[in-house]
Design a protein around this ligand. Structure first.
Ligand code: GLU
Length: 376
């Protein structure tokens, strides 16, 4: 694909930027590369204008603690890594807060463990919180909660964490900034290696190239980046790997710096909806009225008011079938309420939901991002 056909950053509306540890922390100089971070924050501020959402997944907690505490190099024991993360994370979050704050942007720290994206109920909670941060036009600064995550329940690397966050938040672009500028067809040291500018689909050949690309010093090498690309593109999120070894690394991508784009197989919305439709077992069914059917067909969310009947035994976040008044399937989606609560609020106006349940959940029974209409 000619370079002119590659997307540009500004054509996306919700962007997750993942920053690798080696970019942020200089072990020999004993701390955080604040000048570089300030240039990245300036780029984020530029993208963040015009109602674009930006989320950051920042590594560097453990690396920063190593530098600050002068810990010996080499593998840390679990409890050492957890303690190091506690010290590093607080400094990391403060730096992000100050750098973004200089542009009038509030940073919101979010520390996730594996269950927050992999268990559907917790997933909905994490998503609502991050949604609220975005609604407030702040920039979530996300990392794994390394201080409590033990080896069995870790993402382990922030490339995959960033991909899960991107898909959870329906981002349309994931930018992986690292110390390599993309995927090479041969080991970069071999002399005639060429950067692959666009990967339309992840084939076994592409995976083989990841095996040969020289990887960075921190946890995620090229293999985890390809894993991240698979997660992201299958769910409808484009991904780009680019070097963060330059000041203003996002601006550099816009200006045509070498990088590798991984494209989604179809347009992002279609691909994500396919993923919802294809990967989940329905646990119940909702029958909705004609007005709600019409609303769904033009892309709206399903509100409690339009629901006539509820069947099945589902929990918040489970997949359910949505049927029209004649019983024909209209679509499928992830429901925002447990069956007991859904039963209580069916047919009621969104304003009544608080009174009935005693808490405000989502106003939608099924949010439109979680709904596939007409796919079956
Ligand atoms: N969560 C780790 C940290 O902040 C980094 C993991 C990674 O490098 O992928 O130190």
């Amino acid at each position: 694909m000619p370079a002119s056909l590659t997307p540009t950053l500004t054509s996306f509306r919700r962007i997750v930027v993942k920053v690798g540890s080696s970019l942020l922390v200089d072990q020999s100089a004993g701390g955080l590369k604040r000048d570089w971070l300030d240039t990245l924050a300036a780029d984020i501020a530029a993208l963040h204008k015009d109602k674009r959402d930006v989320l950051v997944v920042s590594s560097g907690a453990i690396a920063l603690a190593r530098a600050v505490m002068k810990l010996p190099s080499g593998v840390l024991k679990l409890e050492e890594a957890q303690a190091a993360a506690a010290i590093g994370q607080i400094a990391l979050a403060r730096s992000w807060s100050e750098s973004l704050g200089a542009h009038g942007i509030a940073a919101g720290q979010v520390l996730l463990t594996l269950g927050d994206t992999e268990e559907r109920r917790r997933y909905l909670n994490a998503r609502s919180t991050i949604d609220k941060l975005l609604e407030w036009h702040s920039v979530p600064v996300i990392n794994e909660n390394d201080t409590v995550a033990t080896s069995e329940i870790r993402y382990g690397d922030n490339d995959r964490l960033a991909a899960r966050v991107a898909t959870m938040m329906s981002a349309d672009l994931l930018v992986l900034l690292s110390d390599v500028d993309g995927l090479y067809d041969k080991p970069p040291s071999s002399g005639d290696a060429r950067l692959v500018p666009v990967v339309p689909r992840i084939t076994p050949e592409i995976e083989a190239m990841a095996g040969v690309s020289e990887s960075e010093t921190s946890r995620g090498g090229m293999l985890t980046k390809i894993e991240a690309a698979k997660i992201a593109t299958t769910a409808g999120t484009h991904m780009v790997i680019a070097s963060g070894r330059v000041p203003h690394p996002l601006q550099a991508i816009v200006n045509g710096a070498p990088c590798t784009w991984f494209l989604t197989p179809a347009n992002p919305v279609t691909a994500r909806k396919k993923w919802i439709a294809g990967s989940l077992e329905p646990r119940g069914a909702l029958t909705i009225d004609e007005g709600a059917v019409k609303a769904l067909r033009i892309g709206k969310s399903l509100l409690p008011a339009g629901v006539i009947k509820i069947e099945g035994a589902f929990g918040r976040g489970d997949a359910v079938i949505v049927r029209g008044p004649d019983g024909a399937e209209v679509g499928r989606g992830l429901i925002a309420y447990d069956v007991e609560d859904a039963e209580k609020i069916k047919g009621r106006s969104s304003a009544d939901v608080l009174l009935i349940l005693g808490y405000t959940g989502r106003t939608e029974m099924i949010h439109r991002d979680d709904l596939v209409v007409g796919g079956h």
